[in-house]
Design a protein around this ligand. Structure first.
Ligand SMILES: [Zn+2]
Length: 120
């Protein structure tokens, strides 16, 4: 029988402004969101009994993404800060910091999110 694969997820929230210059509707105007970011890492459970310490995951995500993006204008991060492209940028920033990413979810509203999943 295959042993289960273990993942660890940390969730974060941040507030930020953006606008989508190409958008025909209301997203063209500057507005804000309370974003929620969920970062999932995976790997073997080590001799301490963890995949990665929650605090270590949290520290990297705060440093790379949530700190810089909180209370910012996301149009200074990307010219076209859609949830899809922001999630892709967050993935790059976290991968560059050596997090073993499995999945990343970025919620733009409580009812709408995008998800990136690692290809194996
Ligand atoms: Zn928006």
């Amino acid at each position: 029988m295959a042993s289960p694969h273990t993942t660890v997820t940390c969730a974060f929230t941040f507030e930020a402004a953006h606008h989508l210059p190409w958008h025909p509707g209301r997203c063209r105007a500057v507005h804000g969101h309370s974003y929620r970011l969920e970062v999932t890492v995976g790997g073997p459970v080590n001799e301490q009994g963890v995949v990665l310490d929650f605090d270590d995951v949290r520290q990297v995500v705060e440093r790379q993404v949530v700190g810089p993006w909180d209370h910012s204008d996301l149009n200074t991060v990307l010219d076209n800060p859609t949830a899809e492209l922001l999630a892709a940028r967050a993935w790059e920033l976290l991968e560059a910091a050596n997090l073993p990413l499995e999945r990343l979810r970025l919620w733009e509203t409580p009812r709408a999110w995008v998800e990136l999943v690692a290809r194996h």
